[in-house]
Design a protein around this ligand. Sequence first.
Ligand code: PLP
Length: 464
Amino acid sequence: MTQALDHALQHAKNWLSSLDDRPVAALADIETLRHRLDRVLPETGLSPVDVIDELVTLTHEGHLGSAGGRFFAWVIGGSLESALAAEWLVSTWDQNAALSACGPSAAMVENVAGKWILDLLDLPRDASFALTTGCQMAHFTALAAARHAVLEQVGWNVEADGLFDAPRLRVLASRERHGSIERAARFLGLGQRAILPLETDDQGKVTPQGLELALVEAGGHAIVVLNAADLNIGAFDPFEELIPIAHAAGAWVHVDGAFGLFGRASRAKRHLLEGVELADSWATDGHKWLNVPFDCGLAIIQNRAAHKAAMTLTASYIAATDGVRDAIDWNPEWSRRARGFSIYAALRELGRQGVEDLVDRCCDHCRALVVGIGELSGACVVAMPSLNQGLVRFERLTGTPEENDTYTDSIIELINATGEAFFSGTTWKGRRAMRVSVVNWRTSKTDVERAIAAVTKVLSTRFE
Ligand SMILES: *Cc1c(COP(=O)(O)O)cnc(C)c1O
């Protein structure tokens, strides 16, 4: 009965051992994949083994090598071996982690995983948390708690009465915010236009003056969203300065720390996050820098009562167990994956020192990449990384800024076409740039050298 599992294990091992040698970019384009896969639902089935073998055969050329060490696009993250193996078991055990009654071990492991994270990130130990699908839903969860608390201050019960006649809530968020903040505001019925952008300085940080002005403009009832590393240059807002200003105005402060919050685990980087612990809520990811497989975000909330009020639900058929944490009280989902296991496994594999080492190594590799590429003729550094994100740009001396935008995008494409490394483009301060993001435990010095060599080759052919 387990033959398909044996095949899956073999396919997984083949995939992982191919990562160093196979091209990082996908080999098959979307049309090829459509041709292979898009057919009418078959009338009859296949054996499990054949399903797994067919799935691999039809799709493997359409995968990116993002699990490997030379993938630097977006902010993707790798998978630690223990976390990946734990994920297989999570599917095998198939526990519904909504209630502790449906999976006592899942509930207890999630409890411990949350506690370890608070300890690792040095956030208030009595904060509540939720393990969500990702940072997007962590924002949703934390901002639902914020919505509850801010409206409660003015005597409005949003869970009971909704938002139709409620006082207008404003979300003051950095200009360099991630798009998931907009979406959370939409999901929560606040609307995208409730967002007032906070001005940033030339280093991408929200300024105290900008925050003060926006708080006045919002006229109370505000939620402030700050960045613990924006995705382009890893900029940290000056929390120590900004959070007391927001609190003095009665605002709730939420921090987007999708990957950057893990800087707290590094003694070398911790100073960038001074004062972040003063916030009211934090959102981060397990599936980025902690290197657990996808489907793992974290909402952390100082005001437990607001968090629970925003999420909890009681129904007669729910077997509430006294004194035990039921995820359904803290999460937007009902039935859900037992996400605690992969976090538990990753933290158990690494320990506190291992997480620090992972963070420091990624930052060092990012710097080496940005410096190494920036030194090449035809390349320049746009933003040196303070953490694990940096920007470079490609320019021809005779090119206008617009032409060099196009040139930068074309060089990125050529680099990706070598199969040796994979980067993505971004727009920063109105200009195109190539982002260098290092968030994978697998990235090694050799990977950095191979990536720089690939860029060197592309640029030298362009200049011949
Ligand atoms: C990735 C990211 C998000 C969204 O997180 P998901 O896990 O993809 O939902 C939000 N903010 C920042 C800064 C990010 O890098």
